[in-house]
Ligand binder design. Structure first.
Ligand code: HEC
Length: 127
């Protein structure tokens, strides 16, 4: 019985945190999702490439052509994608399925609202 009580207490203690987490998944434009990207990318003009290319001037650019000093995968260069809200949405939902053979090791952002907010933020940030 004591053991059961302890287990229940642990579950109850954990639930406020998970409630917060699901709230943040439907949040408005927020740098929270960018924190995942930031490990590998910079966004502003003049910032250095990291594991992934600097993303400034992203919108309207052809995939894999943005940074002359970055070594893109042949797959991304051959994709023919031009970056806009729609192509970024598909890419960020599932990079590996959108461009087979890409080197972007990111599993994807499942929540459509989060993708939309991140893309809107990127549009401003990468201008
Ligand atoms: C683990 C590192 C990593 C993470 C995390 C990551 N990326 Fe990337 N990203 C890359 C790499 C590497 C490439 C180059 C892929 C290639 O050449 O196939 C890339 C390419 C891109 C491109 C195409 C750029 C171009 O010049 O065509 C975009 C857009 C992009 N990433 C956006 C994002 C966003 C937004 C996030 C966060 C949701 C993110 N990435 C998370 C590593 C990462």
């Amino acid at each position: 019985m004591n053991r059961l009580r302890l287990t229940l207490a642990a579950v109850l203690a954990a639930s406020p945190a998970s409630a917060l987490l699901s709230q943040s998944q439907t949040a408005q434009p927020s740098p929270r999702t960018w924190l995942q990207c930031r490990a590998c990318h910079t966004a502003k003009v003049g910032e250095a490439n990291k594991v992934g290319p600097n993303l400034s001037k992203l919108f309207g650019a052809r995939a894999g052509t943005l940074r002359a000093n970055y070594s893109y995968s042949p797959a991304l260069k051959a994709s023919g994608i031009v970056w806009n809200d729609k192509t970024l949405d598909a890419w960020l939902a599932n990079p590996a399925a959108t461009v087979r053979g890409t080197r972007m090791a990111y599993p994807g952002l499942a929540n459509p609202a989060e993708r939309k907010a991140l893309i809107a933020w990127l549009r401003k940030e990468t201008r």
